[in-house]
Design a binder for this molecule. Sequence first.
Ligand code: NAP
Length: 538
Amino acid sequence: MLDRKLDHGLLDVAVVGAGFSGLYLIHRLTRMSFTVRAFDSAGDVGGTWYWNRYPGARCDVESMQYSYSFDDELQQDWNWSERFATQPEILAYARHVAERFDLKRLVQFNTTVTRADFDEASQSWTLTTDKGETIRARFCVMATGCLSASRMPEIPGAETFEGEVYHTGAWPHDPVDFGGKTVGVIGTGSSAIQAIPELAKQAAHLTVFQRTPNFSVPARNASLTPDEIARWKKDYPALRKRAREETRSGTIYEFAVKSALEATPEEREAEYQRRWDKGGANFMHAYNDLVVNEQSNETAADFVRRKIKEIVKDPQTAELLTPTDYPIFTKRICVDTDYYATFNRPNVTLVDIRRDPIEAITRDGLVTRSAARYAFDALVYATGFDAMTGALLRVDIRGEGGASLRDKWRDGPRAYLGLMSAGFPNLFMVTGPGSPSVLSNVITSIEQHVEFITDCIDHMRNKGLARIDPDARAEELWVAHVGEAAAGTLLPQAASWYMGANIPGKPRIMMPYVGGVDRYRRICNEVAAKNYEGFVFA
Ligand code: NAP
């Protein structure tokens, strides 16, 4: 850990966050001989994987792909044990990377950056931490993550609950014992869908409060065999290149080349069943138009709805669990292990809080609008994140003339390529709004952004340039392009966190770039090749 008494002086780069983005930034910048320090609220590296320790937490991107590709020896040496890695294994991997490349010495943990001010005269940033320290750096990189600002809903009486309270996104470090306890879970997103089957195995009784049902496909997780690992490792560089340059999501799936409507109903059924049996998000690539054509989409949605009916024994519960009012894949598809089947257990109850909303949390549980009362010993909030902008805007960022980023983004985030926002010179964002970020294998997107940012800073050093800021017009055009790309898909039809719809008062705007990792990468490469077109240097 960084020596507290060390005078940071004027750093080349200050990095906010020590998750997968922060670690790779430190690695690349130090190898380019820049002075760099990173700051993280957590006690260790890992970012979102440091905080999300709830039972059942694992990644829904296959582990052979959800990992860094920048160092071939690293990817050859590391062995994943399961098809979908658990949170502890991903955290162990982040720690391994930090140790292997000696990165931790440049991270100051347990330190929250609260403010960042740009100083015109020195063309540098001053960061202020919750410890009252200030750090000066020529560049500031926000490596704050897209799903790192966990969110508690504002429910009256929440503070009066006398039992145990947990949030999936800020889980305690020591295991929580739910044995013999009655437990309530609010939420049925990806986190809840992973946690519920595990909680149900432990709790005396589990009550799930569902507002919106979600589509989920089985993970079919299993141990990776030495053969499977060897197959990947043999071709790793080529496969990684393909994921980066030829896929929309930065992940290799079995991509289809035809529309669902070109297949007969029998063919479709067989294809959906085959993918359902294989498991994972590969299901959503059964046809090439499932996120753009409503009729095609409906064929996949209908398949999953019938599966829910087949699995869940009680017809009323099955109906409640069935999404009907938004197209499948317009919210992040959930990947589960026995989620729907868990509702067949005698100790699990599903409560529809869309029809009968939670009125208040009480001393021993909660009460709904119809005055139905539920009591439990522990309450688990699986209520998600202030996604994409939350962690960024928790820092009071002040750019040119003291202007605030929160003010600038009041009607929705505006950033050129999702990398920089005009008026905030020398401040980069990794996987910022307007980039593929959460619609991709995020590690692929992180690597691309880190490489773009560090190459750009290096370019500036070589040219003796002190300041970079996006051109306001280039930003405007990019934001319009992000909106148009989204409008060509079904994604805006769901009230999803992609759209900011999970946060009361948050502007409804499609935040990630839907155009694809492959296309986005080409655009960024062209921008860089044209002397960073759309950016203004001084
Ligand atoms: P989420 O998808 O936003 O789900 C939050 C849940 O809480 C929703 O069911 C939501 O209902 C409910 N909720 C929120 N506020 C509520 C309120 N005031 N009253 C009642 N219910 C409320 O969050 P998440 O499950 O943490 O997942 C977020 C994202 O993280 C995922 O989409 C995924 O990208 C990522 N993630 C990935 C994995 C993985 O890799 N396997 C695991 C976990 C998370 P409404 O839908 O009605 O708002």
